[in-house]
Design a protein around this ligand. Structure first.
Ligand SMILES: Nc1ncnc2c1ncn2[C@@H]1O[C@H](COP(=O)(O)OP(=O)(O)OP(=O)(O)O)[C@@H](O)[C@H]1O
Ligand SMILES: [Mg+2]
Length: 267
C-alpha cells in the first residue's frame, strides 16, 4: 500500500518540521544587496542567537520575518506551510512578535495600555469603551507570570530599560506568541538588566515559545541559545547547535567573518 505523503502541517505536529523556515531570502534596498539567499529555521521552543557585525543583515532578516520589511525574494514557511507575510498584523496572526530595542514600548502610556496596544479590551455594549479595569487586572497577571514587579498603571517612561523589555515580552506572552524576536535587547542595558532580559528569554523557552535573540555580543546570547546563526554581509556563515561548537570557535568565526571549515554549516 502507498502511504499518503504527510502535509507540511502534519510534519510540524509530529515535530518533524520547524515552526519557521525562511528560505533563500534576498533583500535589496535599492542597489544594496542586504540579504543574499539566507535560510533560517527556528524550531518550536528553540532559542536561536543571531549574530554578526554591523550591517550584516540581522535586523533586515528579523524585520522580514516579523512583517515589518518586505522581502525581495524567498519563501516563508510557518509550521510547514508556505505563507505570505505582508505586514506586522499578518506576522502576529501567525504567532510572531518582534520586540524592538528602540521602540519596544510607548513612553507616554502606562504599562497596561502598552500590553494591550492595538488589541485593547473593550466593555460589552454598543459604544466601545475601553475596559481599563480588566486591562489592568490582566496586565498584572501577565507581569506576575514574568516575575516583573511593576505596577500596571505606571507610565512606561519611568521604567528601566530592562523593565521596558519585560513589558514588551509580557505582551508577546499574553497574546500567546509562538516566536518572539528580540533585536539587540541587551545592547543599552546594565549587566544586571541584561541578565534579567536573558531570564525572560529562558521563561519564554520554558513556556514553549521560540525566540530569536539578535546581538553583537556572543557572551549575551551564548548562555541562553540552543543554536547560533552568524550572518556576514548578507550571507549566513555559520549555523550550529550549541553542543556542536564552542565559544572559542564562534569567536573565531565572528572575528574572521569566515565560515568554519568543518561541515557544520547548516541548511
Ligand atoms: N532602510 C534601508 N535603506 C537602505 N539600506 C538599508 C536600510 N536598512 C538597512 N540597510 C542596509 O542593509 C544592510 C543590512 O542592514 P541591517 O540593519 O539589517 O544590519 P544589522 O545586521 O542589523 O546591523 P546592526 O548590527 O548595525 O544593527 C546594511 O548595509 C544597511 O546599511
Ligand atoms: Mg540591527
Amino acid at each position: 500500500m502507498v502511504e499518503a505523503l504527510s502535509t507540511g502541517s502534519e510534519l510540524y505536529e509530529k515535530g518533524e518540521a520547524p515552526f519557521l523556515r525562511a528560505e533563500n531570502i534576498h533583500k535589496f534596498y535599492g542597489s544594496v544587496h542586504a540579504l543574499r539567499g539566507v535560510t533560517l529555521e527556528v524550531w518550536k521552543g528553540e532559542v536561536v542567537g543571531l549574530l554578526g557585525d554591523n550591517g550584516a543583515g540581522k535586523s533586515t532578516l528579523a524585520g522580514i520575518i516579523a512583517g515589518a520589511i518586505p522581502k525581495t525574494a524567498g519563501k516563508i514557511y510557518i509550521k510547514g506551510r508556505e505563507v505570505e507575510i505582508n505586514g506586522v498584523q499578518d506576522a502576529r496572526r501567525y504567532g510572531i512578535e518582534m520586540v524592538y530595542q528602540d521602540h519596544a514600548v510607548v513612553d507616554v502610556l502606562d504599562v497596561a495600555r502598552n500590553i494591550f496596544l492595538g488589541r485593547e479590551l473593550v466593555k460589552p455594549g454598543l459604544i466601545k469603551l475601553l475596559d481599563m479595569d480588566r486591562m489592568k487586572a490582566e496586565a498584572e497577571k501577565a507581569l506576575r507570570n514574568l516575575e516583573l514587579r511593576v505596577p500596571p498603571d505606571r507610565e512606561v517612561k519611568f521604567l528601566s530599560g530592562g523593565e521596558r523589555q519585560g513589558v514588551a515580552i509580557s505582551r508577546a506572552m499574553y497574546f500567546k506568541a509562538e516566536l518572539v524576536i528580540l533585536d539587540e535587547p541587551t545592547a543599552a542595558l546594565s549587566v544586571s538588566a541584561a541578565r534579567k532580559v536573558l531570564d525572560f528569554v529562558r521563561q519564554l523557552k520554558n513556556s514553549g515559545i521560540a525566540c530569536i535573540v539578535i546581538s553583537h555580543n556572543l557572551h549575551h546570547v551564548y548562555p541562553v541559545a540552543d543554536r547560533i546563526v552568524v550572518l556576514s554581509r548578507g550571507v549566513k556563515i555559520a549555523d550550529m547547535k550549541k553542543e556542536e561548537t564552542s565559544i572559542e570557535e564562534l569567536e573565531e568565526i565572528l572575528v574572521t567573518g569566515k565560515a568554519p571549515n568543518s561541515n557544520s554549516k547548516g541548511a
